[in-house]
Design a binder for this molecule. Structure first.
Ligand SMILES: Cc1ncc(COP(=O)(O)O)c(C=O)c1O
Length: 401
């Protein structure tokens, strides 16, 4: 018999597709995999060099649980430079990815009886972490009509006397949508008045395509600094997903609680990774801009290619590296019935891997990651259009994939 909490949590719904893709690859198929939620770039050279140097210098022992002073200061300095917000070393903890920073936050501030509001379509981990902390997720649905913009009104409407916190992810996975500064200000004023926590997942903070003024940490810091928890990560900004380095910036009290939780689970982030992260945060930021420019070119290319069929409906996303495409016009009760069917048939017949919207609580959509070369994106677009031509020709009539 397993513990009751395991029955509350769902495992990743994207697994089925990944297993099928792996089976096809092993059978020798040329699979175009656009399901990955990670940069396809190698980690920057100066980051790798810092890690090599750390190993050579035998920097391979335990570090303080919350991370080295050097790295905590580098994180605080990065946020001071980027947003003008001031965090002391004691207000920073280094975690194994943004994911651990978020679960630390959830376990530190949510509990039984609490309601925690978040937005969907969204990254499924946020909801699962709320449940893991024995709180109740309250889901606010954003709409494709306005590009899934995350706005204050519906979140404020969802607040009740039991609301404890709001978790916002901006830029958002899978939609690429942002919360505007004005909407965040409205939300923060309301949250401050009610004594709620706001947890802001900034995992994609370096992936915003238009040069709009965008400073959510300052907006929150001015209104409710003590009740703000910022989480970030080296994963997407510096192409460092495998290194497992993220962080939380919050009040001393929250960081101390996260530190206690982490000290009895994973302890410190890998010492070598911490040196690499210092190099990433304090070194030249040119690599970040270059990757952003490349993602922008790819976004524009794949967006134009796909939306040349008006039944693939998608606004050009403002951030992150995903298209979130409404495919419902191609679904029918006597053909491919769901977006999961669509993705499964596309995988089996054309060997393109996408993530069905069902994984993000959004049936009728698929997520396409454009963290892939333009050649692979062109190839994917060709195959998707060929697949749709087959669909139009009735190939999938009365078949559920
Ligand atoms: C919205 C969002 N937040 C946080 C993360 C955490 O990433 P990591 O743990 O690699 O920092 C991810 C990863 O995909 C994500 O999509």
């Amino acid at each position: 018999m397993l513990a009751e909490r395991t029955s509350r949590i769902s495992s990743s719904p994207t697994m089925k597709g990944l297993i099928a893709a792996e089976r096809l690859r092993r059978a020798g198929a040329d699979v175009v995999d656009l399901s990955a939620g990670e940069p396809d770039f190698p980690s920057p050279e100066h980051v790798k060099a810092a890690a090599h140097a750390a190993i050579s210098a035998d920097f391979t022992r335990y570090t303080p649980n919350a991370g080295t002073s050097e790295l905590k200061q580098a994180i605080a300095a990065r946020y001071a430079a980027d947003y003008g917000v001031t965090y002391d070393e004691s207000e920073v903890i280094v975690c194994a990815g943004g994911k651990q920073a978020l679960v630390n936050a959830a376990l530190a501030v949510f509990g039984p009886g609490d309601e925690v509001i978040t937005h969907t379509p969204g990254w499924p981990t946020i909801v699962e972490q709320i449940k893991l902390a024995e709180a109740t997720p309250v889901i606010v649905r954003t709409s494709p009509a306005d590009g899934f913009a995350i706005t204050a009104g519906p979140i404020i409407d969802a607040m009740t006397p039991r609301t404890r916190a709001i978790v916002i992810n901006s830029p958002a996975n899978p939609t690429g949508a942002l919360v505007s500064e004005a909407e965040m200000a409205r939300l923060a004023d309301e949250a401050a008045a009610r004594g709620l926590w706001v947890i802001l997942d900034l995992c994609y903070e370096k992936l915003i395509y238009d040069p709009v003024p965008y400073n959510l940490p300052r907006v929150l810091g001015e209104r409710m600094r003590d009740r703000t928890i910022l989480t970030g990560s080296a994963s997407k900004a510096y192409a460092m997903t495998g290194w497992r380095c993220g962080w939380m910036l919050a009040s001393r009290e929250v960081v101390a609680a996260a530190n206690a939780l982490q000290s009895h689970s994973t302890s410190n982030v890998c010492s070598v990774t911490q040196k690499a992260a210092v190099a990433a945060l304090t070194g030249p930021q040119q690599c970040v801009t270059e990757m952003l420019d490349t993602y922008r070119t790819r976004r524009d290319l794949i967006w134009a290619r796909l939306t040349s069929d008006p039944r693939l409906v998608c606004r050009k996303p403002a951030g992150a590296f995903y298209l979130f495409v409404d495919v419902s016009a191609l679904l029918s009760p006597d053909g491919l019935r769901t977006s999961a069917d669509f993705c499964q048939a596309l995988l089996e017949d054309r060997h393109v891997v996408l993530t069905a919207g069902e994984a993000f609580d959004a049936p009728g959509f698929f997520r396409l990651s454009y963290a892939a070369s333009t050649d692979r994106l062109e190839e994917a677009a060709r195959r998707i259009h060929a697949f749709i031509a087959d669909l139009d020709a009735g190939r999938y009539a009365s078949r559920s994939a």
